[in-house]
Design a binder for this molecule. Structure first.
Ligand code: BTN
Length: 244
């Protein structure tokens, strides 16, 4: 088991932004986490509400070689989603489903999200930031004011959740197969990801850089990209949002 370097803040604007700005000085495998974020970021320029009691963390990864097709960012996002489902299931008996590419849902309500960013200089990958937000101890009325249906582990289990324990479980699960992921890419978790997804085989609408696609979610390719069958054409999508 590798040793994880931890950097903790009581308050920070965004753990992802801290990691991006300080990438050069941060060691591979370091986790940056904070009690509160004042400018927590979600995907697609959304805000991530970041109140005390929940998990806000960014994992800095510096794989020794550049990401090829096999080890795409897509594979790391999907791996992280699978890691989260495993922690929720094995440690808390909560079954979560994955909504492509990286939302974790319980009973159709979002419990966690992943925001992956990378620092690239020229053609060199300097590092990857895997930002993870998990609703561990949200107040019910705050959840109801969010712009999408959301849930929180404390409400599902009716008890206060230890953020530090959750973080340790997550890091243990993440690093248990990370080296294998770098070796094998998305194929390492493809079966498990498919089993835990909630959209394959269904008609979905996906928004990709502002463009709307409507089609049958046919499958995932070997890099973890979504294959959509839209009328007569096939679209392969690596980023975006499924909206229903
Ligand atoms: C999403 O589902 O939109 C992704 C949410 C990611 C939120 C986490 S919280 C820790 C890290 N720092 C941020 O500013 N965002 C990510």
């Amino acid at each position: 088991m590798r040793e994880t370097n931890k950097i903790h803040f009581t308050e920070i604007e965004s753990t992802n932004d801290y990691a991006l700005k300080n990438m050069e000085d941060i060691q591979d495998g370091t986790v940056i986490y904070a009690d509160v974020q004042t400018k927590g970021k979600g995907r697609n320029s959304r805000t991530w509400v970041s109140e005390k009691g929940n998990l806000f963390m960014s994992l800095v990864l510096k794989p020794e070689y550049n990401l090829g097709k096999k080890n795409s960012l897509c594979a790391i996002v999907h791996y992280t989603a699978v890691v989260l489902t495993r922690v929720l299931e094995t440690k808390y008996s909560v079954k979560a489903k994955i909504k492509w590419p990286n939302d974790l849902l319980v009973d159709n309500k979002k419990i966690a999200g992943i925001l992956i960013e990378a620092v690239i200089q020229g053609s060199n990958l300097q590092g990857i930031v895997v930002g993870i937000g998990v609703n561990l101890n949200m107040e019910k009325d705050l959840l109801e004011r969010l712009d999408q249906a959301a849930t929180s582990l404390n409400l599902l289990l009716n008890q206060k959740i230890s953020r530090d324990k959750f973080l340790d479980y997550l890091l243990e699960e993440f690093f248990s197969r990370y080296e294998k992921l770098l070796e094998k890419g998305f194929s390492l978790i493809k079966k498990e990801y498919i089993l835990k997804n909630m959209f394959l085989g269904k008609m979905v609408k996906a928004v990709v850089f502002g463009k709307m696609y409507h089609g049958l979610a046919k499958g995932l390719d070997d890099a973890g990209q979504l294959i959509l069958e839209c009328g007569g054409s096939k679209e392969v999508i690596s980023a975006g949002d499924i909206i229903c």
